[in-house]
Design a protein around this ligand. Structure first.
Ligand SMILES: Cc1cc2nc3c(=O)[nH]c(=O)nc-3n(C[C@H](O)[C@H](O)[C@H](O)COP(=O)(O)OP(=O)(O)OC[C@H]3O[C@@H](n4cnc5c(N)ncnc54)[C@H](O)[C@@H]3O)c2cc1C
Length: 459
């Protein structure tokens, strides 16, 4: 994005902007606003920055809490990292894809391998190739928005491919609730993955040395370098309003006034922070959400040759098995890292299980697929991460469900719920942050002339 010339120099007269949440989205927005001369304060509930994209120590060595990679086509991530002096710290590799299908493992890393997918006839295979090619053509998704994903896939790929491939994949990604998804989801996903293929038609994936944590920490330092403030361990308890206008934040530090409050939390997490006037301006939350439960293990040995193992054999109730050290340097994370995630509905009983119960169950699932895997002998360290609400699910008519970014004076909302029709990821989060700032700067120009300076100084 182009950063506008500063509205004012940093200082007591700069418009004061609160950013709630120091994930990738909030920090990118805060950085751009600080560059534009705003007086930025970022509130973060946790002791570290990064949210879902951050690291966690596993036996003292930092690893991604949830597995993260960057694709070569994630140009916003790469450009932002380069701007912060991290451009030479990415490493890209070819990454393989496997499938666990009808009790067997098979490589599906190239289109030629995918064409040998078991259980499909020659016509199904031709239709599958045509489907992937079709997703690459044109940018107009308006007709897909109202098309149920099953109808679309059955029409293009045939009933057998739906039953053998697509249905179990969607079942594993959406915890059984895929019936209300629009065709847009798989269209966008297929485009993202196809574009990351290299000349040999294999997917390329990369990782930043130190993970996304390196990027968010660099953003944090840059914000502070521009005069902004980052408050860790400071959850916002309420976004305070007066006569329908957001005027400040109530956090563990008490009440602080701001000319603008930006919530980068998902609408479901922002709603409890709003009083009645702001809540009615925001309107009802029309999204549903997915949570995640994710086992990570540091292993003595590699389990498979693939970064991603998709699971179409639904006797194994995991979303996949991700061996990140096919992309991330094993030396950096203390050895081979394997994640066993399961996306779950937010009311799933699995979110209530203890870590020990989850470890036992998920390691058992891994053992079903890899009978030689021994939790006792192979696992050096393990832990379970979970998030009750990890990402929004845009259902049929998704575009109409994207929330308003500027629902009330003084209040902006920008989160993964604004990512559509793209798939939720770091690239998309940065895009939302930059769109937010582009829309906000002219409004702040108005604020800086509209509000009496005393309002700001009163704080
Ligand atoms: C399993 C998994 C795998 C993924 N893999 C990839 C990948 O490979 N590549 C990729 O690009 N993306 C990936 N993503 C997506 C990526 O993590 C997200 O798109 C991105 O991190 C979203 O950032 P965010 O700032 O919108 O939200 P979050 O990261 O959720 O940030 C929100 C922040 O707000 C804070 N917060 C919450 N409540 C409050 C409060 N009341 N007051 C103050 N602070 C608060 C939270 O602590 C958090 O830091 C993955 C996500 C998951 C779940």
């Amino acid at each position: 994005m182009s950063v506008a010339a500063p509205l004012r120099s940093h200082g007591p007269e700069a418009p004061r902007v609160a950013v709630v949440g120091a994930g990738l989205l909030g920090l990118t927005a805060a950085y751009r606003l600080a560059q534009a001369g705003m007086g930025v304060t970022v509130y973060e509930r946790d002791s570290q920055l990064g949210g879902l994209a951050g690291t966690t120590p596993l036996d003292g060595i930092p690893i991604d809490r949830f597995y993260h990679v960057t694709l070569p086509t994630d140009e916003r991530v790469l450009e932002l990292a380069a701007e912060l002096g991290l451009g030479d710290r990415f490493r890209f590799r070819r990454s393989g894809v496997g499938f666990y299908h009808q009790g067997r493992l098979a490589s599906m890393s190239t289109p030629a391998e995918l064409l040998r997918f078991p259980g499909l006839g020659p016509v199904d295979r031709m239709r599958l190739v045509a489907f992937v090619a079709r997703c690459q053509v044109g940018d107009d998704y308006s007709r897909l928005e109202e098309t149920p994903i099953e109808d679309w896939l059955v029409r293009i790929c045939g009933r057998r491919t739906w039953e053998v491939l697509w249905r179990p994949l969607l079942d594993s990604k959406f915890d059984g609730r895929y019936q209300d998804l629009p065709a847009t989801y798989l269209w966008a996903r297929s485009r993202r993955m196809s574009r990351s293929r290299d000349k040999s038609s294999q997917e390329m994936m990369g990782s930043l040395d130190g993970g996304y944590q390196t990027l968010v920490d660099a953003l944090g330092a840059a914000i502070e370098g521009l005069g902004g403030t980052i408050l860790r361990n400071t959850p916002v308890k309420a976004i305070v309003s007066s006569a329908g206008r957001a005027v400040g934040t109530l956090s563990t530090r008490g009440y602080e006034t701001h000319d603008q409050v930006i919530s980068t939390l998902l609408p479901v997490a922002t709603a409890p922070l709003l009083g009645r006037d702001l809540a009615s301006a925001v309107g009802p939350d029309r999204n549903r959400y997915l949570g995640i439960v994710c086992l990570v293990m540091r292993l003595r040995r590699s389990l498979s040759p693939w970064y991603t193992l998709n699971i179409t054999d639904r006797r194994v109730p995991l979303t996949g098995v991700i061996e990140t050290t096919h992309v991330v340097d094993p030396e950096r994370v203390g050895g081979t890292l394997v994640y066993a995630p399961k996306y779950v509905n937010p009311d799933s009983a699995e979110l209530e299980l203890t870590s020990e119960e989850l470890k036992e169950a998920y390691m058992g699932h891994v053992r079903t697929m890899f009978p030689g895997f021994s939790p006792q002998d192979d696992v050096l360290a393990s832990q379970v991460a979970r998030a009750r609400v990890a990402e929004p699910v845009h259902t049929l008519g998704g575009e109409g469900r994207v929330p308003d970014m500027f629902p009330a004076p003084g209040l902006a909302m920008a989160s993964s719920a604004h990512v559509y029709p793209e798939i939720v990821n770091g690239q998309a989060a940065i895009g939302v942050a930059e769109k937010l700032v582009d829309g906000l700067l002219p409004r702040l120009q108005d604020v800086s002339t509209e509000l009496p300076l005393a309002t700001r100084r009163a704080s």
